[in-house]
Every structure is written in structure tokens, then in C-alpha cells.
Design a protein around this ligand. Structure first.
Ligand SMILES: O=C(O)C(=O)C[C@]1(C(=O)O)C=C[C@@H](O)C=C1
Length: 427
């Protein structure tokens, strides 16, 4: 799979925005320009080598720098909201995934869709309104939009061109909750989002598990034999890897920012040699036909999303709760067994464990005069366990974990998604 994300370093916000605009001008047909910024924003934290601080600081130096760098375009946000209402788009999420495509194959005017929020749209001024505002990365028709609708059925889902924007929209009180995909049953963890959880100070307040039913979409009249390229989110490409091969397509696979963005790109550039992997709702929204459906390699394909807020919720014990933590230790991975036993002794089940590079201190050198220098990689460990922070067992386990670790943060204690299991789509 070709990665279309160029690397760079030593960036600041203004140069990023300039890069983005220039890239768009140079080659308006590339669907992936937004990646340039997304990748660089992540690297900003790598370059400064800091974790656990607000990423705003990394981007522009200080929060004040960042704010003065941003255009204050609150009215644009409002007009996006109005557009969304008019188009029945982001604010009106019904059966997004698992939704029968219309057989009317006329191209729809895709300009009706609300434009994704970008970093320059963020205003530090709070927005008021009764509806919960939930930013997600992608454009209408993305699975993240569906996840927002599942978590908060009456919410106004706000498309953003990158995760960083969704986080900052909540941090700056423009929005109320961000929705973030963290893992998929086939594609595995979405690593970058674990890093983002650590860099930002938002709290996990809920989770949603969304069955993901992928379709192969192309312009009306296009047949599979005409295709020489399939574009989608890297996770979606990974989830359909075997099926794409089985379909006998002689295509290159290219990664773009989100599934629905791939569909939109094909429609707006009238690409007859390219297909997208996206939802049936994306086919509806962007006037594409469904060439094949259910193309994920496993019918029970599920993505887990977490919801993030400025404040934690008050944990309870009257319903199943999950707690997510992240920890590290100065002396490397040897602490892992002790931490895990703190949960095992209390009969607390772990549902997930993930390790990521410790970006502050990625390597630990251990010199041995006789044999040389061992170079150990250092990790941050992310653990989800099935207990509420209001449960005394969890409190005792964490008190113990704290003794073993040099760094411990509770990312959130939140209700588990206990919705009935229905992996197949309801047509
Ligand atoms: O591209 C989208 O539609 C998304 O919402 C992103 C995303 C992901 O990040 O995993 C969400 C669910 C699917 O697993 C594929 C892609």
C-alpha cells in the first residue's frame, strides 16, 4: 500500500498551513493533502520530545502564539452548522453504516456537504446551543460520523480535516465531545490516536463499538474491469485486503484521510478508473454506485471509538464500566508483570493492552563493560480494564500500580458499550 504522507520536521503552524495551501494548488487532484498537516502536527510532538502536554504548545510555541496564528472564524462554524441542517448531512445521522444505497445513480451536488473544520477555523470563543456538538475526523458518510450518531443520537456531528482539530475544538469550547476511533477487530489499534490521547488532556467519557460494513464504490457506469486504483482510509484498506484480492481487481491501493473523503474525491474529480472503500451512506451522499458490498474480510468487522470531553464523568457501579489508563516506568518493561498482577489478584479483567514508544525517552542504554551496550526500547503502556473507578477494587489496584510506575494517568472511567451484537447490516 502506498503511503501518501510525506515526512517533515521542524515545523510551525503558519508554515504548515502554507504547505497545505500550496500543495492543494500544485496538485488539486491529490486526495490526500490534508495528511501533510496531520502528519506534521504529530511530528511536532515528536520533535519536541514531550508527552502529556497540550499539543497546542507544540504547534505554535505557546497557546497565545497559536491563538494569534488562527483566524477567528466562529461565523464559519455557524454557517457549517446551517449547511449541515439544510443538507440533512452531519446533523442527521440515520443508519449511516448498514444503509441501503439508493439506486438513483445521478450525481448529487456534493458541494451541499458541510466542509470539514480546519485548524484555521477554530475560534477560542465558546459556541452556545442546545445540541451536543461532536467533531470527528472525516467528511459526512465517514464511520466516525456514524459513531458520533450512535453515541449521541441527537448530536450535531462536525466534520474535521484531522483529529487534532477535533481535539482542539473540544479544548477550546467550540464543541462538546470528540469521537475518536481507537481499534478495529481486523485492522488492530489506531496507534496515532493512542498518542493523541496522551498528548491532549481530554477525558474518555464513553465508548461505542460500531459494526463496519464496507462497500466498493465507483462512479455510475464504471465496471470493476475499468479500475486501476482503490483508495480509502488505511484501516479500511487493511480490513478489506483479502477480499480485494479475491475480487480479482488489478489495482493499486492508496491511503487517504477517511473513507467518505475517498468517495467524495472520486465524485468531485470524476475519476472513472478509481474506486473507494466506504459506507453505503457515502455512496448516497456522493452519488456513487455500489460495485460490491460487505467487502470487509470478516463479517463481524467492528471498530471501537471513544468519546472525549473536557471533564471526566462521575464513575458509577450500577452498570458495567471500563477504565483506561496509561503508564510507564523508568526501568523499562520489567514492571509490566507487577502491574498486570495488581489487576489479576483482584479479579479485574483486562480488555485491552497496547504499547507505544515512550516519546520522551525512546531508548534506554544499559552498559555492560564486558559485553557492550544494550539498547532497550522504552514504552508507554495503555491498559483498559473492566471496572469503574468508583469500585474499591479498581482504586486499590491503581494505588498499587502507582507504586510500581514512574508515570500513571487515568484516561477515563466510562460506561461500556453493551448494545446488542448485530454485526450484519440492517438493509
Ligand atoms: O474513514 C472513516 O470513515 C473513519 O471513520 C475512520 C476509520 C478508522 O480510523 O478506523 C473508522 C472506522 C473504520 O475502521 C475505518 C476507518
Amino acid at each position: 500500500m502506498q503511503s501518501l504522507t510525506p515526512s517533515s520536521s521542524g515545523i510551525n503552524l503558519k508554515s504548515l498551513i502554507r504547505t497545505k495551501i500550496q500543495s492543494n494548488r500544485v496538485n488539486p487532484n491529490r486526495p490526500v493533502i490534508r495528511c501533510v498537516y496531520r502528519f506534521d502536527a504529530a511530528n511536532a510532538a515528536v520533535n519536541t520530545g514531550t508527552a502529556n502536554t497540550n499539543s497546542v504548545g507544540h504547534v505554535g510555541g505557546s497557546r497565545a502564539d497559536w491563538q494569534s496564528s488562527c483566524a477567528i472564524l466562529a461565523s464559519k462554524v455557524v454557517s457549517q452548522q446551517q449547511n449541515a441542517e439544510k443538507s440533512g448531512g452531519a446533523g442527521n445521522i440515520t443508519a449511516v453504516n448498514g444503509h441501503k444505497a439508493a439506486m438513483d445513480l445521478d450525481l448529487v451536488p456534493i458541494d451541499n456537504q458541510p466542509k470539514p473544520l480546519t485548524i484555521t477555523d477554530l475560534s477560542p470563543a465558546p459556541m452556545h446551543g442546545a445540541q451536543l456538538r461532536v467533531p470527528y475526523q472525516g467528511v459526512p458518510g465517514a464511520y466516525s460520523e456514524a459513531a458520533a450518531g450512535k453515541a449521541y443520537p441527537k448530536c450535531e456531528a462536525i466534520p474535521c480535516d484531522q483529529f487534532e482539530v477535533a481535539f482542539q475544538a473540544v479544548e477550546l469550547w467550540i464543541a462538546d465531545r470528540a469521537v475518536l476511533p481507537v481499534e478495529n477487530s481486523l485492522g488492530g489499534s489506531i496507534h496515532r490516536n493512542y498518542d493523541l490521547l496522551l498528548r491532549h488532556r481530554l477525558h474518555i467519557v464513553g465508548e461505542v463499538q460500531l459494526p463496519v460494513h464496507h462497500c466498493l464504490l465507483a462512479l455510475p457506469g464504471v465496471r470493476k474491469e475499468y479500475l486501476n486504483r482503490v483508495i480509502s482510509h488505511p484501516q479500511a484498506l487493511a480490513q478489506c485486503e483479502l477480499t480485494l484480492t479475491k475480487l480479482g481487481l488489478n489495482v493499486t491501493r492508496e491511503a487517504v484521510d477517511d473513507t467518505a473523503g475517498a468517495a467524495e474525491y472520486i465524485a468531485s474529480n470524476n475519476l472513472r478508473d478509481t474506486a473507494a472503500i466506504a459506507s453505503a451512506r457515502a455512496a448516497d451522499l456522493y452519488g456513487l454506485q455500489i460495485l460490491a458490498e460487505g467487502i470487509q474480510d470478516d463479517s463481524s468487522n467492528v471498530t471501537r471509538f471513544v468519546m472525549l470531553a473536557r471533564e471526566p464523568i462521575i464513575p458509577r457501579t450500577d452498570r458495567p464500566f471500563k477504565t483506561s489508563i496509561v503508564f510507564a516506568h523508568d526501568k523499562g518493561t520489567s514492571v509490566l508483570f507487577k502491574v498486570l498482577s495488581a489487576f489479576a489478584f483482584r479479579n479485574i479483567s483486562l480488555t485491552k493492552i497496547e504499547s507505544r514508544p515512550h516519546r520522551n525517552r525512546p531508548i534506554r542504554l544499559v552498559d555492560d563493560a564486558n559485553v557492550g551496550t544494550a539498547k532497550h526500547f522504552e514504552y508507554m503502556f495503555y491498559v483498559d480494564f473492566e471496572a469503574s473507578m468508583a469500585d474499591v477494587r479498581a482504586q486499590n489496584a491503581l494505588a498499587e500500580v502507582q507504586e510500581f510506575t514512574s508515570f500513571l494517568r487515568v484516561l477515563g472511567s466510562y460506561p461500556m458499550d453493551m448494545t446488542p451484537w448485530c454485526p450484519s447490516r440492517e438493509d
